[in-house]
Design a binder for this molecule. Structure first.
Ligand SMILES: [Zn+2]
Length: 284
């Protein structure tokens, strides 16, 4: 993944809140409580009800992304600026395919954050809050993805996750999320699983069209895509259950199996067409 050196970044689509607090590190502990939080959350998305109130968010110094992240060169060198660049590309893509697309901001945070969906900490993983239409990202999550979930990691693993969250934003704008709310929230064929797999597929559709957004130096490589597939596989419900409970229980699925997540990202990537992401029709 290589940004065009001289492309101008638009840092107004992102915000860095409370990062860089001394001692304000990863909120995920070990032990049973940590594991429960991961089961609920580790999936790139939460039901708003899963984010419970708690201590008010620690608001630390806000780093000034507009000063820090000016060009593609900055995105190649700095993780926060890379998020800015990826978000810019995603939000250049979607208005071309979704009429009336409205931009959504990504908030990078450290430790805890207050959202219109409640207070959240790093243990819930990246998520989209429909109530304030913002994506929330604790960058420490990506290290966890490698260390605890065995994903390959890398810049494109991160891009896949951000693409997935914006997929939820698109679902929100199109009314898909509202429709899915009435359906089953758990189980192998549940509305929740279908919604999540569609978000993976949308992420793939963006990836296929990302080069045309003018932000990147060259189209994504096979190695880039492998980072996404590795991440998608690592966060499959079956893999997470196996790792945390030692067995697989399909009745508890909320996001789809590893194989399904890989399959739907790939469908989006190979077709480059969000219309092919119809996970609500037929078998998944
Ligand atoms: Zn999700």
């Amino acid at each position: 993944m290589d940004f065009k050196d001289d492309v101008q970044l638009d840092s107004s689509q992102t915000e860095s809140r409370g990062r860089g607090i001394p001692g304000g590190g990863l909120a995920v502990g070990g032990g049973a409580a940590g594991i429960v939080a991961l089961i609920v959350a580790l999936i790139f998305g939460i039901n708003p009800g899963d984010v419970t109130g708690g201590e008010p968010a620690a608001v630390g110094p806000t780093s000034d992304l507009s000063a820090q992240c000016k060009t593609g060169k900055d995105a190649d060198q700095n993780e926060e600026c890379r998020v800015v660049g990826v978000v810019n590309s995603i939000q250049d893509y979607w208005p071309k395919v979704v009429q009336g697309y409205e931009p959504a901001k990504t908030v990078m945070f450290s430790g805890q954050v207050d959202t219109a969906c409640g207070a959240a900490d790093a243990s819930v993983g990246p998520f989209y809050c429909p109530a304030d239409r913002q994506v929330y990202l604790d960058l420490s999550f990506f290290k966890q993805l490698e260390s605890q979930f065995g994903a390959k990691g890398g810049p494109f693993a991160q891009a896949y996750v951000i693409g997935h969250e914006y997929g939820h934003h698109v679902q929100n704008l199109l009314g898909t999320s509202a429709k899915a709310e009435g359906g089953e929230q758990q189980g192998p064929e549940s509305s929740s699983v279908r919604l999540e797999l569609q978000a993976d597929c949308y992420s793939g559709a963006w990836a296929k069209n990302a080069y045309e957004t003018g932000v990147f130096e060259k189209p994504f490589t096979k190695a880039d895509i492998e980072e996404a597939l590795s991440a998608a596989s690592a966060v499959g419900d079956d893999s997470i259950q196996e790792r945390t409970q030692g067995r697989v229980n399909p009745d508890g699925f909320t996001h789809g199996t590893s194989a399904q997540r890989v399959k739907w990202f790939t469908t989006g990537y190979e077709t480059g067409d969000p219309a092919k992401c119809d996970t609500f029709a037929g078998s998944i």
